[in-house]
Design a binder for this molecule. Structure first.
Ligand SMILES: [Zn+2]
Ligand SMILES: [Zn+2]
Length: 180
């Protein structure tokens, strides 16, 4: 069975980008195409957070300056600079998965932990994939908080122990899913 590459946004936040689970991305160029078509950062007004089809419309709106200040909305998408970098050729000698991770790291430089794989798991249902990605991203934080709330670890638990605990718990989730 041919492995399908995942949309990097779906790997980062499966709940928010669930619809991207269904896209058929068989090669890196399709991933890039999907990103520039479906994940472009909208053109928006930074005061009222309205979005526009063109920069000219936004500028006309901004010059009228009658809009109300709204709370910042977390708009997520590819910036113009990132779009340029997506068009660059990848260094030769990189395999498909390495190329995918280069894209992922460029989009989400500080995101941790990185996804386990660049592919959509063909043996798991969409819901289980989504659960696994959620458990990998948020599971250890939730478990550590539970341990803390119940007094098993102190508030001042040093950072080395807590990052070790994080790794152990994240690995634990993988084992649970593999054995299921
Ligand atoms: Zn997507
Ligand atoms: Zn505005």
């Amino acid at each position: 069975k041919r492995l399908l590459l995942a949309c990097p946004f779906n790997k980062k936040d499966p709940a928010r980008y669930g619809r991207c689970h269904r896209v058929t991305l068989t090669k890196i160029s399709f991933v890039k195409q999907h990103l520039s078509r479906k994940h472009q950062l909208p053109i928006y007004c930074s005061r009222c957070m309205s979005t526009f089809d063109t920069e000219a419309e936004r500028d006309t709106h901004a010059r009228a300056s009658a809009c109300e200040l709204s709370p910042i909305v977390n708009l997520e998408g590819i910036t113009e600079a990132q779009r340029k970098r997506l068009r660059e050729k990848v260094p030769s000698g990189m395999n498909e998965e390495q190329q995918w991770f280069t894209i992922f790291d460029m989009l989400f430089p500080d995101f941790s932990p990185r996804p386990r794989t660049a592919y959509i798991d063909p043996d798991l249902s969409e819901e289980l994939c989504s659960f696994r990605d959620f458990a990998t991203n948020a599971g250890s934080g939730i478990m550590i908080q539970q341990l803390r709330d119940n007094g098993f670890i102190g508030d001042l638990c040093d950072s080395q122990i807590s990052s070790l605990l994080e790794t152990v718990i994240t690995d634990g989730f993988q084992v649970i899913i593999e054995r299921w």
